[in-house]
Design a binder for this molecule. Structure first.
Ligand code: NAI
Ligand code: MG
Length: 347
């Protein structure tokens, strides 16, 4: 089986190295790897954030392990050359429409959560975020308004098929867990959300065993902090999911802890930490590699049929945390490599 390694820029390469060490220890020769540049690194080398050879590798591979992109050296570039276009392009080109973000608090990290430990302990949810539509991919532009003012606009839209396919992923994810699905929208204000809610209710007819609820996004933001333990699976659109999943990550300890999977209809997937390229700490050995190591575990489970190996990695991460290893984001002073060492030792 072929794994595409796309380290990216900033802390991306630093965390990918540690995930690769863990994969080598657990899978040995069972996996083959090919690496390609993406994001700021690809722009520097080849003048484009997602070169054709990188896209080709991503298409050929059985799974993709992605670091992060967002090199600030590219800040002055036109939008289509910015590093973030690489991840948006991969999601779109490979039709990776379902983003699964588990937010679970390792009990050892109850003190690292932004919430009181007794509230944080109950966090065990998956946020299912739609990735191919919404305001990120609608018509956008700058124009001059009738009164001569500069005006920026981005169009939010979903069609019913796009909503239905992500709703199915939400219901199926809930079925494999505690059987509760909360659909988050803004149906009191947005037409897009009214369609979203109608379609989710239609799809629910296929899942009579799942307890479905609906919540407005502003209330969901509040409930995530007030009582996160009430959520099992949340399904939501691209924009709301982007924001809520970062919020959930802080409730669960650190942005450096949370993995994600972005899947197509055939379970082929791109796996990446939810954080960005963290230019503020890049090159200093401070990045927490656990989100990427846990993303590698998700890759083994969802795309490569290696659930036992995934379990071993997750158990090793828990053991390393239980032994007291903490990177700076978790209030410790362990380096990126030392955290990798700790996981290997636990394995
Ligand atoms: P960020 O996630 O890169 O960093 C936010 C904060 O969290 C920073 O203080 C950073 O030091 C810290 N942090 C992030 N990951 C960490 C880790 N593994 N260990 C320890 N601390 C960590 O988000 P930010 O600063 O908003 O964005 C930086 C760049 O990354 C931007 O260009 C943004 O567009 C890009 N980005 C890329 C993503 C991707 O590649 N999928 C996702 C999010 C942002
Ligand atoms: Mg985000």
């Amino acid at each position: 089986m072929l794994v595409a390694l796309l380290p990216g820029d900033g802390i991306g390469p630093e965390v990918i190295v540690q995930a690769k060490r863990v994969l080598d220890a657990v899978c040995g020769d069972a996996l083959r790897y090919e690496e390609a540049p993406v994001g700021g690194a690809a722009h520097k080398a080849e003048g484009h954030p997602l070169p054709p050879a990188t896209l080709d590798l991503a298409r050929r591979a059985d799974a993709i392990l992605f670091g992060a992109v967002g090199d600030p050296d590219c800040d002055g570039l036109e939008r289509h050359l910015r590093p973030e276009q690489a991840i948006l392009g991969l999601r779109k080109e490979l039709t990776l429409f379902a983003n699964l973000r588990p937010a679970t608090l390792f009990p050892e990290l109850a003190d690292a959560s932004a919430l009181r430990p007794e509230v944080a302990k109950a966090i065990d949810m998956v946020i299912v975020r739609e990735l191919n539509g919404d305001v990120y991919f609608g018509e956008k532009g700058m124009r001059t308004s009738a009164s001569g003012r500069r005006q920026g606009y981005d169009v939010m839209s979903y069609d019913e098929d796009e909503v239905a396919r992500i709703a199915h992923v939400g219901f199926q994810t809930a079925r494999a867990r505690r059987g509760k699905l909360c659909s988050v929208d803004k149906a009191n204000v947005l037409e897009t959300s009214q369609l979203w809610r109608d379609v989710v209710i239609e799809v629910a007819a296929d899942y009579p065993d799942i307890e479905l609820s609906h919540m407005y996004v502003d209330n969901a933001a509040m409930q995530l902090v007030r009582n996160p333990g009430q959520f099992d699976v949340i399904v939501t659109g691209n924009l709301f999911g982007d924001i809520l999943s970062d919020q959930a990550s802080m409730c669960a300890g650190s942005i450096g802890m949370l993995p994600s999977a972005s899947l197509d209809a055939d379970q082929k997937g791109l796996y990446e930490p939810i954080h960005g390229s963290a230019p503020d700490i890049a090159g200093q050995g401070k990045a927490n590699p656990l989100a990427t190591i846990l993303s590698a575990a998700m890759m083994l489970r969802y795309s490569l049929g290696k659930a036992a190996e995934a379990d071993r990695i997750e158990a090793a991460v828990a053991k390393a945390l239980a032994a007291g290893h903490r990177t700076a984001d978790l209030g410790g002073s362990v380096t990126t490599e030392q955290m990798g060492d700790a996981v290997l030792a636990a394995l």
